[in-house]
Every structure is written in C-alpha cells, then in structure tokens.
Design a protein around this ligand. Structure first.
Ligand SMILES: [Zn+2]
Length: 108
C-alpha cells in the first residue's frame, strides 16, 4: 500500500514537537527566591495596624514562608497573599519578581 503524503499531519507533528521543546524550557527554570511587597490598602478603611508594614519587601526562598510570618494569612493567587494581620484587614502582599538560578538557555 502506498503511504500517503499528509502535510496536515506532518505540520501537526512538528507543532507538537515544538510544543514539547518549549515546555522543557518553561519547566526547567528553578526559582531561587521570590520578592514580595506589602501593600496597605489606603482608602477609607486604612489599616492603621498595618501602616508600619507598608512597602516592606520580603525575599523568600519559599512563598509558603509567608504563612509562618502571618498566622492568619492565606494565598488568594500564585502571586497574591492576604496577611490578615487583624480582623477586616484588607492589606495584600504581592509578588513582584522571581529570581531564578542562572540563565535559561534554549533547546536544553
Ligand atoms: Zn491590614
């Protein structure tokens, strides 16, 4: 039986292999630490208790360390943490950047 040339299938396979290679690059970087900043919500309900924290920057090996620093804190997203310093606290700690080990080279 004659093997049919199937350009659509070939292009899909190429795309898939490219995707696999891309995934390897995306997964490879290792996060050395991440930088988080305390932001007090400064409107009608300003948290006076939290003013002293405003602008504080935390450099963390593991974001979960925030849970140890703020007993009632909780993560609401990968890059957002509510410290819940006191009841009705509306402050938020946002991740500003991640520091990676070394440089990521393509195709590895
Ligand atoms: Zn607060």
């Amino acid at each position: 039986m004659l093997r049919q040339h199937d350009p659509l299938r070939e292009s899909m396979e190429r795309a898939f292999m490219g995707f696999q290679a891309l995934r390897g690059v995306v997964v490879a970087p290792r996060v050395k630490c991440s930088v988080w900043r305390f932001n007090v919500v400064d409107d009608d309900g300003l948290c006076e208790d939290c003013e002293k924290y405003h602008g504080d920057v935390y450099e963390l090996d593991d974001p979960a360390d925030l849970l140890g620093m703020f007993e009632y804190g909780e993560f609401v997203d990968d890059d957002a943490f509510l410290p819940n310093v006191h009841p009705n606290c509306r402050c938020i700690i946002m991740k500003e950047e991640e520091v990676l080990f070394g440089e990521v080279s393509e195709g590895e």
